[in-house]
Design a protein around this ligand. Structure first.
Ligand code: THU
Length: 129
């Protein structure tokens, strides 16, 4: 099984846990780490909308909180092949670096394989850090 197939399958499993009572837009994410583990993320919404969090950031933060140092690939799945939001792009850039990102949809369309630089070509960065 390829990295892409494996991660998309895991993102699909994560999507089933989405808590999206306001948008009705479930998102699943899966991140592969340098140690070979896969962490899941789903979107979790709040009635105070701004406190909601995206699936990608849940997966990335779960991996980091577990002590993973290297995040090497990410998959995300939505019903229509939606791409990561701007906030998630910045977090992917800062926490994962230049990785493969597999963007899948529940409609069975082709998976788009992109990179961090494709999604965020001119990232914000502190030049003195
Ligand atoms: N969402 C994600 O989980 N990831 C994204 O990159 C874009 C949006 C979620 C947030 C919210 O729960 C729902 O999708 C609709 O915006």
């Amino acid at each position: 099984m390829t990295e892409q197939t494996r991660l998309v399958e895991q993102a699909l499993a994560a999507q089933a846990q989405a808590r999206a009572p306001y948008s009705h837009y479930p998102v699943g994410a899966a991140v592969l780490t340098g140690s070979g583990r896969i962490f899941h993320g789903c979107n979790v919404e709040s009635g105070a909308y701004g406190t909601s969090i995206c699936a990608e950031r849940v997966a990335i933060f779960a991996a980091l909180a577990a002590g993973e140092k290297e995040l090497s690939a990410l998959a995300v799945i939505t019903r229509d092949g939606g791409t990561p939001c701007g906030a998630c792009r910045q977090v992917i850039y800062e926490q994962c670096g230049e990785i493969s990102i597999y963007i899948a949809s529940n409609d069975g369309g082709p998976v788009q394989a992109v990179t961090t630089a494709d999604l965020l070509p001119k990232p914000f960065t502190f030049h003195d850090h």
